[in-house]
Design a protein around this ligand. Sequence first.
Ligand SMILES: NC(=O)c1ccc[n+]([C@@H]2O[C@H](COP(=O)([O-])OP(=O)(O)OC[C@H]3O[C@@H](n4cnc5c(N)ncnc54)[C@H](O)[C@@H]3O)[C@@H](O)[C@H]2O)c1
Length: 260
Amino acid sequence: MRRFVEKVVVITGSGRGIGRAMASMFAREGARVVVNDVDAGPAEETARAIAEEGGAVVACVADVTQPAEAERLMDEAVRAFGGIDVLVNNAGITRDALIHKMTDAQWDLVVDVNLRAAFNCTRAAARTMAVPNHGGRVIYVSSVSGLMGNPGQINYAAAKAGLVGMTKTVAKEWMRYGINVNCVAYGLVETRLSGEKETAEEVAGEKVGIPKKIRDQFLANMGGALMTPEQGAAPVLFLASDEAYGVTGNVLNVSHGLYI
Ligand SMILES: NC(=O)c1ccc[n+]([C@@H]2O[C@H](COP(=O)([O-])OP(=O)(O)OC[C@H]3O[C@@H](n4cnc5c(N)ncnc54)[C@H](O)[C@@H]3O)[C@@H](O)[C@H]2O)c1
């Protein structure tokens, strides 16, 4: 099935994890993909892998927490491929701590990457997308943390819940342009964000991941296994497709049972 022939798809944070899987899957279905990441190596490696498979792709290294960088990303999509059909606001990060231990820096970084960046990118894309009869899709990447709360994630849960309000607002504002706007809320997907904290890698100086005891409890509610990045990405492709014509303003729970 090639549902996205010639469509231009911009995916933030697509150097790794679920975003990377989305980029590859969109490209295999004919999309022209703009890979973005704050980290140059993963962004370029993702683009190289897609190009080797024959996909149309450019990499744009940009920190989307910065409004001017988000604008540069959208300009790159227009320069390379002539427009934007699908924007996936996927970049995310965690900095977990119980509220009484959470620092201002942890709060600010997580809200900036998960919420502010999505606003920056949507506003920057508006210059291209928010025109009569444009059509297209915007998809936000949230988490079940934002729907059910999660101890140790006041920053992340608040930011991810904020994306739900953003989704519904942009859905209402952009209906007039023929643009559907939806949100996916993930449970646990196998990436560096969801590894065991005890053995996790550091991201910008802090370990990410989930303490093993808590992770095991989550897994018990998910049939014992995390979703693969591809399993996480597939519903996003559905939301971006023509089949989702009637679907807008929704939060799609993609948690494989973690949150019901
Ligand atoms: N993995 C899970 O279990 C899970 C669960 C719920 C929600 N999510 C969400 O899914 C999305 C993808 O996460 P993932 O699990 O693939 O993690 P990941 O760490 O593998 O990928 C996230 C990517 O975002 C990039 N990024 C971070 N800050 C950025 C910035 N300022 N500008 C541009 N790129 C930036 C990172 O460099 C990284 O490559 C995130 O929004 C995350 O919150 C993931």
